[in-house]
Design a protein around this ligand. Structure first.
Ligand code: TTP
Ligand code: MG
Length: 388
């Protein structure tokens, strides 16, 4: 099963402000600012506005739209609740992004009365408990499930039960419909006159000649063959979060404050899954678009303060030019902690564990914002001021 929320960021804003219902709403930046559209409501899509378009272009198409900055924290909180609902139905969930995921139901489908029933229950629960709509697709493979969820968007449900069914559905569509065919690959194939999925069957040898192994994979996808497995979070290679700024940042305190919040989010995420990380990677994109990453591998950790400490150490070592994006990712993930505890720090460690445990349980029960360390409150205050 593939689940994808409808107009996710925009839908969260509409949920929280009834005045926005039915309006063209564009999330990203204000018309006077530089920036791109993160997403927009379906009303705004009628004007041709879409994700990744510049705000300037969006404003030209839709001057009467309502423009807003994203509120990442709110989307994360909604996402956590949504992920928890998915978790009820199987422990094989691959979270693709905040609003999208694959559920492998092979082992649990009978337990819950069938895939269709699960799909409707998930839609119902997300509507009632989170106040949002989503589109659900059922398939026999990842690609078919994803295509099924896109088929009847928004608030849709569709099933693609077999390769034969999939082939008939997409045969006359543009090759972009296939997993792995992005803009660049599509342009390349278009220049050889390969435009539809049908053309891929007809000219499969040519596709393989042009694209090599990648072409072989695309031909398989066109035939409906897709053996990719749903990879649960615990088996993931890394987990990360990043933040792009509206304006380039030279204030390192501001960057540090952002790292504190990101470390908190990541920490909660991995604790929820019982995961520890050994490597922390800091990702930076400078104002001139130059990208760097810096990593440090040490003890297995999952506390926010440990993640922050390592990320901050890495930040202190980089060149200090204006920065456009900052991110942290965690890798070398495992489900158990293995570290040396010296006799001296046993007492300190025990208290830290108790505190962490209580805070984690409160967050799980009442939401990520229900309890915070004083330092996080300070940081949030500072960041709010900075934004004003
Ligand atoms: P999507 O699922 O691609 O888009 P959506 O949920 O807004 O709309 P729909 O699925 O109904 O077509 O992305 C989920 C969220 O991710 C989206 O609400 C905002 C964010 N996002 C960006 O910030 N930038 C992007 O370029 C894209 C595609 C998404
Ligand atoms: Mg979506």
């Amino acid at each position: 099963m593939h689940v994808d929320m409808d107009a996710f960021y925009a839908a969260v804003e509409v949920r929280d402000n009834p005045k926005l219902v039915g309006k063209p709403l564009i999330i990203g930046a204000l018309p006077s600012e530089r920036g791109v559209v993160a997403t927009c409501s379906y009303e705004a899509r009628k004007f041709g506005v879409h994700s990744a378009m510049s705000i300037k272009e969006a404003y030209r198409l839709c001057p009467n739209g309502i423009y807003m900055h994203p509120n990442s924290h709110k989307y994360k909180e909604a996402s956590d609740k949504i992920h928890e609902i998915w978790d009820v139905y199987t422990d094989l969930v691959e979270y693709v992004s905040l609003d999208e995921g694959y559920l492998d139901l092979a082992g649990s489908v009978n337990l819950f009365g069938g895939a269709k029933k699960i799909a409707h229950e998930i839609k119902e629960r997300i509507k009632n408990e989170v106040g949002l709509t989503c589109s659900v697709g059922i398939g026999y493979s990842k690609m078919s499930a994803k295509l099924a969820s896109e088929e009847k968007k928004p608030n849709g449900f569709f099933e693609i039960p077999s390769a034969e069914f999939l082939k008939n559905l997409i045969i006359n569509r543009d090759i972009r419909v296939l997993h792995g065919v992005g803009k660049k690959t599509a342009n390349e194939l278009h220049s050889f006159g390969i435009k539809t999925v049908h053309d891929i069957y007809d000219k499969s040898e040519l596709v393989i000649d042009i694209l090599g192994n990648n072409g072989r994979q695309i031909v398989e996808f066109a035939k409906g063959i897709d053996n990719r497995k749903v990879t649960p979070f615990a088996d993931a290679k890394s987990i990360g979060t990043e933040q792009t700024f509206q304006k380039d940042i030279t204030n390192f305190q501001f960057l540090k404050d952002n790292l504190v919040l990101m470390a908190n989010d990541l920490s909660f995420d991995i604790q929820r899954k019982g995961i520890f990380a050994q490597t922390v990677t800091l990702k930076i994109t400078y104002a001139d678009m130059k990208q760097i990453t810096r990593s440090k591998t040490g003890e297995t950790i999952n506390y926010a303060e440990d993640i922050f400490k390592t990320a901050n150490e890495l930040l202190n070592k980089i060149e200090r030019h204006a920065i456009r994006l900052i991110g942290i990712s965690l890798s070398n993930l495992s489900s158990s902690e293995c570290r040396q505890i010296t006799f001296e720090d046993t007492y300190k460690t025990e208290n830290k564990e108790k505190l962490n445990d209580v805070m984690f349980k409160l967050k799980q029960k009442y939401g990520v914002d229900s309890i915070k360390n004083a330092n996080v409150l300070d940081v949030q205050k500072r960041l709010n001021k900075e934004e004003k």
